[in-house]
Design a protein around this ligand. Structure first.
Ligand code: NAP
Length: 486
């Protein structure tokens, strides 16, 4: 009977870990479509909540003497949960849509930092047993620390705290040397702890050096990155964090941590591959060769001129068009113009115009930002098309309305080998019969380059904040309807 009582917590942990793993995977599957994504996030969140709760059953069989320490640790864990959970709840509620990428970078970093902290406790407390466990713990520590410092730099860049990519002469060599030195210190720690060599330096000091070098590597790796590589980098750190958490789950023999880490690691890796494909960069090119090297663009002479038109004229033109494809971009999120945009779309549809949305995979400042923005305004999913599914349609479309987008419709990506976005698949807005571009002025896109589309014969510029321009377009289309009804 007492034996049975003893194994109940163990069985509960096993069963709940399994349930949590199922919830993570099911939640992730639901996140793959914008229709089911909101419920997918809740399902995965529930999985995380039960995984956290069941972790409190670990240590149920400690001896009576170790119990006070266990209770003190549980108290600390609860305090951390309340403080961390409270901060996340507060920051999650108040974050602006345009500041989401910074928040994602910060949370990635926190995950990596947590994994590195677990590894530090294991290493400094001499808890990692044997060579294989030491190696796994050190790898988790390395990846977690790189993800922490790299993500913090990514946050600073996205938040505008660091404004320029910072590069030093021989950057790749310095990065390579720091990486090799970190691995060498790690190897030396394994050799010392296994008694293979005696070190003049105490092991804790070696561990501090190891962490310091890993953090430095994360900083050096991320500082030079600029422009269009940033989204891929954030998703690489997402994958790193997952991997680090999974490795530390293995060290702690915590299945929920292992599975959660591996699921995040795998999802992050897939997202990285998809993002790299969307930007026409290979992962090895991003990681090892051209990491962040943004070629200074030799902008050739651009023919044509910028032709400003009134928002009302553009609105009326679209009202009499047969088909319109809308290309939303980062500026729409800045202006928070999504509701107004959908209002205009409904007016155009009521007038018999066929309207579709074309979404580029890297439009905005984080993966899926445009899908979320349009979903927020209630745009039906069957009106939203991804690049490959709609690109051929531009050529037979009356109007392409480019609203707050720039890099994702820049034809230089097709033709200009010196352009930093050369090779990136773009939306073929320039092929439409008429193009309207809504933006505030001469501002460049994220990649910082001029866009020849704006100078094209078939393109007119509608200057102004996206929300204000849309309001004027709506008024013009409404006025026409009222006139027709009168
Ligand atoms: P973009 O190239 O950054 O261009 C946005 C345009 O919006 C700017 O030219 C700006 O011009 C205009 N704008 C800004 N505020 C506006 C407002 N209130 N009203 C109207 N227009 C406004 O955007 P994109 O075409 O969406 O391309 C995304 C870029 O970001 C790509 O280069 C991508 O690689 C990069 N990126 C993507 C991610 C991701 O995960 N999706 C992450 C980081 C970086 P004005 O200043 O003249 O108004």
């Amino acid at each position: 009977m007492t034996d049975l009582l003893k194994i109940i917590p163990q069985l509960t942990i096993g069963a709940v870990d399994l349930a949590a793993a199922f919830l993570f995977m099911y939640g992730l599957k639901r996140m793959s479509s914008p229709v089911t994504a909101p419920s997918g996030i809740k399902v995965a969140g529930l999985g995380m909540a039960v995984a956290i709760l069941v972790s409190f059953l670990y240590g149920f069989d400690v001896s009576a003497t170790a119990r006070p320490l266990l209770m003190a640790n549980i108290g600390l864990a609860l305090l951390a949960l309340v403080v961390g959970g409270g901060l996340a709840w507060w920051s999650g509620r108040k974050v602006a849509m345009t500041a989401m990428p910074q928040m994602v970078a910060l949370y990635n970093g926190m995950g990596g930092g947590a994994a590195a902290a677990i590894a530090a406790v294991e290493l400094l407390g001499n808890k990692a047993d044997g060579v294989s466990q030491m190696v796994v713990t050190l790898f988790g520590a390395l990846i977690g620390a790189v993800s922490l410092s790299g993500s913090l730099i990514a946050w600073a860049k996205l938040d505008g705290v660091i404004k320029q990519p910072l590069r030093i002469r021989g950057q790749q060599i310095v990065n390579g040397l720091v990486a090799v030195a970190t691995l060498a210190v790690g190897g030396y720690i394994v050799a010392v702890t296994q008694g293979l060599v005696t070190s003049p330096v105490a092991t804790p000091e070696l561990i501090y050096v190891f962490f310091g070098a890993a953090l430095l590597f994360g900083v050096l790796m991320t500082l030079p990155i600029g422009g269009a590589d940033m989204p891929v980098v954030i998703s690489i750190y997402n994958a790193f964090t997952g991997l680090a958490v999974g490795l530390e789950g293995f060290v702690l023999q915590n299945p929920a941590l292992m599975i959660a880490g591996m699921v995040v690691g795998a999802a992050g890796t897939l997202l990285t591959l998809l993002m790299a494909k969307a930007m026409n960069r290979s992962i090895s090119n991003i990681l090892f060769t051209n990491f962040g090297a943004v070629v200074e663009q030799m902008q050739g002479e651009i023919k044509g001129s910028l032709k400003p038109v009134e928002a009302s004229d553009a609105g009326i033109f679209m009202r009499y068009a047969a088909s319109v494809i809308i290309v939303p971009g980062y500026g729409l999120a800045v202006a928070q113009g999504q509701q107004k945009l959908y209002e205009l779309v409904k007016l155009l549809q009521a007038a018999g115009v066929s309207v579709k949305f074309a979404v580029h995979p890297v439009a905005g400042r984080m993966p899926g930002q445009m899908d979320v923005l349009l979903a927020e305004a209630g745009v039906p999913y069957d009106m939203i098309f991804q690049l490959d599914d709609i690109n051929d349609e531009f050529a037979s479309t009356d109007v392409a309305l480019v609203i707050g987008a720039n890099d994702v419709v820049n034809p230089a990506a097709r033709t200009d080998k010196s352009s930093p976005i050369y090779g990136m698949p773009i939306l073929n807005a320039d092929k439409a019969r008429k193009v309207y571009v809504v933006k505030r002025g001469q501002g460049k896109g994220y990649a910082g380059i001029v866009n020849a589309l704006f100078y094209g014969d078939n393109c007119d510029m509608v200057y102004g904040d996206a929300a204000a321009v849309l309001t004027r377009m709506i008024e013009a289309v409404r006025a026409l309807a009222t006139k027709a009804a009168a």
